[in-house]
Design a binder for this molecule. Sequence first.
Ligand code: C2O
Length: 502
Amino acid sequence: AATVSYNWDVTWVWASPDGFGRPVIGINGQWPCPKIEANLNDTVIVNLNNQLGNQTSGLHFHGINQVNSPEMDGPSGVTQCPVPPGSSVQYQFTVDTPGTFWYHSHNLGQYPDGLRGPLIVHNPNDPYAGQYDEEVVMTVSDWYHTQSLDLMRNMLVTTNTRFIPPFPDAILVNEGQNANIAFNKSKTYRIRLINFSALASAMIHFDSHTMHVIATDAGYIQKESSYQLRISAAQRYDFLLQGSTRDNRNYPYLFSLDTNRDFKNASLGVTWPHNYTGYLVTDSSKPMNTIDQVSEWKPQDDSHFKNYEGQGPLANYAQLIKLDFKFCRDVNGYPRACFNNLTYIDQKVPTLYTAATTNDSNTNPVVYGQVNPFVVKYNDVIQIVVNNLDAASHPFHLHGHHFQVLDRPKSGTGTWPGRDTNYAKTPVRRDTINVNPHSYAVLRFKADNPGTWLFHCHIEWHVEMGLTATIIEAPEKLQGMTFPADHIQACKAGGIPYQGNA
Ligand code: C2O
């Protein structure tokens, strides 16, 4: 296996991806941010130097499990301190799962300001190799004309009695770069689609072309055709698009931010949807016709998909973590989001450092503070049930694992009945699951990866409201763990005391 290295200065850059100019957070003076690309089992090194001047920073590698490297996961206050302006940290990890991933800042609502990019792990033994000729990475995202800190300041006020998040001003496909695909009708293309949104899901539709879906997040599935897909914030789909031999026209495609389920409140006069039309270009001298109106969105639900290997559900679970989500208020009346009536409070000393320095008492959730901690035992099978008691849909993400998706209610709404029945026989694996309004999801994973892993809504605005829990996994194996000197130095430079070992 090889080592791939990146040296990145994180800087403010001026950009106007939808025609509106604003400062965005870029890398080495460029925006959009570059792609990380590696082969299975390679070591990836990212040297991050924070040159923002006015904000702390950091990076998380979304979907990378960080086996044996939980200190490289990236979220501020969880596995590291925020990196102060003028400081550097190194991330080093092995990529042990192939697939389509991404990286983003996990600090201060920074990724909606632009600090995000694709992370592709190629598989030399890809089960779908030979079924496509070329691969294309595509991204879709909501986009805001105002910087995140200002959006959050306006959101986190006592007068926001309806927990209204910021609304996007635009949709970006490929961060506003050319998103037409040069399309040879005798070829098949593997599209790796990533949703970078801070809030919105996207609906996906290609004129006259069926999507042959081969992966959900990083989990291969048995190939299944879809006429339309819905991709929530932070999810990925890999699908094949086969050239049509019918004619030589240019085929439009439509990406549309979801107005139906991500935010239901017609009385607010929300100005969605935002649509983007791009093209599969077979002959650029021919006209680019607009897409026939998509009269109905009926995206394929991933509960129909089957994992590639035909694996059944992980056998009987040892621990149930039941999370009832609804919005809540703190004692001063500020809007928060709660699991089981408790909101998550950002920690100064990272949770992983607490696990490393509290010896035997690190199995007691109390030492971790208000982070909604759930201590799980090494190698136990854990079942997470999320009851979404809210009227909008929410995409929940687990760090450190790709979970199995065992169940969503068949008929739309309801809370978990408390019985384990009718579970998927060959459940898909994901790291981000969209939970519909007034609905639930049942997930399972094996606790074989010691660390402190967040479970949170990937709507960035809800992270800022505390819609997060922490899985404290096999804490006995984290006792006495040491951390890289530059990570400890980031704490010191930021004035955060740390009593452990570098
Ligand atoms: Cu994509 Cu906790 O993050």
